[in-house]
Design a protein around this ligand. Structure first.
Ligand code: TXA
Ligand code: MG
Length: 327
């Protein structure tokens, strides 16, 4: 039993940043705000610290984690960037893009953080506060979303504390996360770049920089998924989730998008709108907080009205499909 420890709530000022960096350097777990979601950070070069992430999250198996760095120079010590990876890094970092590249000879990210893979997932977050913590820590920081395994990702400090209070050394309070869905993951290994996870950078923006389409992960029959950890039920609320609902059934909770109310809304138990104006960036920013709020009311089902597939809609629909997956 890891027992319980007081979780310190650190302010987003110089003292809080210094303290967060010092705790990370000392092998402790600290939740840090990024522009996408709150991450549960640990020194990616310290297997004991990385193991602590799995214990705190109660994650049943070791998935490879994203290592966070303060800048491209630090990232290039961890991974080998080919020309396309470099172009993407220069175009989108700092920002919500993760690049999977071959591990560099100078890398500090440990085997456990990579789940033994010969590649490494790297990201320079867009949040200036996150980059200051990473610079203060002085080590690559492994950080999956700061929620308990199987729960919805946290976009506010209270979500983090609701799941992890007493299990981690600290959480840096950076307010709500402006993007609200996790980073887009692109693998730049052998062959054409592959979209492993849609996220905060829309596919079209990446394809425009590459001058070609992103490949999709190949899933050979019966083989393990290319991006382990992309479990179907990863973003699961307690309620069942019904997608592309044209009408709301009596007693359902409703998650809406856009200005037009769906049929049956009057009989909904409760409803929240991701973006009454129909703006996908606003919808992404509200997605996880709204899912948590609807779920907390205890409905049997959350019905979600249709969300467009373009731009950030791809990432939003991906997360909702995972939330709706059988489990
Ligand atoms: O926005 C984000 O990316 C957030 C914030 C905290 O930065 N982090 C995040 O981390 O979503 P995590 O651990 O939940 O997602 C890591 C994903 C996993 O799905 C894993 O399969 C994939 O990255 N991944 C990591 N290393 C990989 C590798 N070497 N090859 C393929 N996929 C990898
Ligand atoms: Mg997660």
């Amino acid at each position: 039993d890891r027992g319980s420890m007081p979780t310190r709530r650190l302010a987003a000022d110089d003292a809080g940043i210094e303290e967060a960096g010092a705790l990370l350097r000392a092998g402790k777990l600290v939740a840090i705000p990024t522009e996408t979601v709150y991450g549960l950070g640990a020194d990616a070069g310290d297997p004991a610290a990385v193991a602590g992430i799995y214990a705190a999250k109660e994650r049943p198996r070791f998935n490879p984690l994203i290592a966070h760095l303060p800048d491209l120079a630090a990232a290039r010590r961890e991974g080998d960037f080919g020309p396309e990876a470099l172009r993407l890094a220069q175009a989108f970092w700092p920002g919500p893009l993760t690049l999977v590249v071959p591990l560099a000879g100078t890398a500090r990210v440990c085997d456990l953080a990579r789940a033994g893979l010969p590649s490494v997932a790297l990201r320079v977050p867009g949040s200036a506060l996150a980059r200051k913590v990473l610079a203060a820590a002085g080590c690559p920081v492994a950080a999956p979303s700061a929620n308990r395994s199987g729960r919805v990702s946290p976009t506010e400090v209270d979500h983090v504390l609701g799941d992890l209070d007493g299990r981690i050394a600290g959480v840096l309070d950076g307010g709500p996360c402006p993007i609200g869905v996790e980073s887009t993951i692109v693998a730049c290994l052998d062959g054409p770049p592959v979209l492993l996870r849609p996220g905060g950078v829309p596919r079209d923006a990446i394809e425009a920089i590459l001058g070609r389409e992103l490949a999709m992960p190949s899933a050979p029959d019966g083989a393990a998924p290319v991006s382990p950890g992309l479990l179907a039920s990863h973003y699961a609320p307690r309620a069942a989730v019904r997608l592309d609902a044209a009408r709301i059934r009596p007693g359902e909770a409703a998650l809406l998008f856009g200005p037009v109310p769906p049929d049956g809304l009057d009989d909904a138990a409760l409803s929240l709108n991701l973006s009454p104006a129909g703006d996908l960036a606003e919808a992404a920013a509200h997605l996880f907080a709204h899912l948590r709020r609807l779920d907390a009311a205890g409905p049997a089902t959350i019905a979600v009205t249709p969300i467009p597939e373009h731009g950030l809609g791809e990432a939003i629909r991906d997360r909702l499909a995972r939330a709706a997956a059988p489990r």
